[in-house]
Design a protein around this ligand. Structure first.
Ligand code: SAH
Length: 244
């Protein structure tokens, strides 16, 4: 995935505007699977105390050299710095990366997670706010786990949050109507729009814990359920070579 220039980057423009003016226009989200929605831009600027507890837990557990993947406005990176921790924040968005630097993120880099020029290694890798989305779809698992192997230091770990979208298929009697012969139900396509700036469609993976554990195992990673959130969301810890 190439670096996102401003004219193709609705979320980056929303982040830059909110930082500059303290407000922004509507950040709209379209998907072939859902009704039109919006992302509250102020939530991208949440402080530690405003974060859901699964995110706070991930920050508390992070140690050593930390990589914040898809760091957005830098909310997690700033919270980690305030705890005295050492963090590298990466984002494909030029505008988000500029904003992070202006907000005081000491090591903010405009780079794609999958770019082989990212040669540093880390003790903790963070993927937060449905961080599994960056895997894209189930076909993206091999690329994701080989990248994690390259970036992780020995003994290091990954903290990633996700949600089980099965609740979208819940029937009135509490059962779930899921077509198991069809595509995996967590594969979502999104497109965003901010003012007249339209982004390209991209795939964003939501994954339930068992499916994540299955794929992680295929690539030599062990998974632990660290904690669960309030609505089918959870934080997972992935480590190389360990079993569940
Ligand atoms: N983690 C932030 C932002 C989440 S939005 C928060 O919790 O508020 C997801 C972010 O990931 C966006 O800023 C997007 O530009 C970035 N992103 C998407 N794909 C990426 C990739 N391959 N490498 C690095 N960043 C990516």
């Amino acid at each position: 995935m190439p670096i996102l220039p401003p004219h193709k980057d609705p979320m980056g423009n929303a982040i830059a505007d909110y930082f500059r003016y303290g407000k922004s226009s509507t950040l709209r989200v379209f998907s072939s699977q859902f009704d039109e929605d919006e992302i509250p831009v102020e939530q991208l600027f949440r402080t530690y105390n405003e974060m859901p507890h699964i995110e706070r837990r991930a920050l508390d557990l992070s140690q050593g050299a930390i990589l914040d993947v898809g760091a957005g406005s830098g909310c997690h990176a700033l919270a980690l710095q305030a705890m005295g921790k050492s963090v590298t924040a990466i984002d494909i968005s030029e505008l988000a990366t500029d904003t992070m630097r202006q907000r005081g993120v000491l090591d903010a880099r405009n780079v794609d997670l999958y770019d082989v020029r990212l040669t540093d290694t880390f003790d903790t890798i963070l993927l937060l706010m449905n961080g599994s989305g960056i895997i894209g779809n189930l076909e993206g698992m091999g690329r994701f786990f080989s990248t994690m192997k390259r970036l992780l230091r020995p003994g290091g770990c990954i903290y990633m949050d996700s949600s089980d979208l099965k609740y979208l298929f819940e029937e009135e009697d509490g059962s779930y109507l899921i077509d198991i012969a069809g595509e995996y139900y967590g594969m979502v396509d999104f497109r965003m729009q901010y003012c007249n700036i339209k982004g390209d469609t991209f795939d964003w993976l939501y994954i339930d814990f068992d499916t994540l554990a299955y794929y992680a195992g295929q690539y030599g990673f062990g998974v632990e359920l660290v904690c669960e959130g309030e609505h089918y969301d959870y934080l997972a810890k992935l480590t190389l070579g360990a079993s569940r």
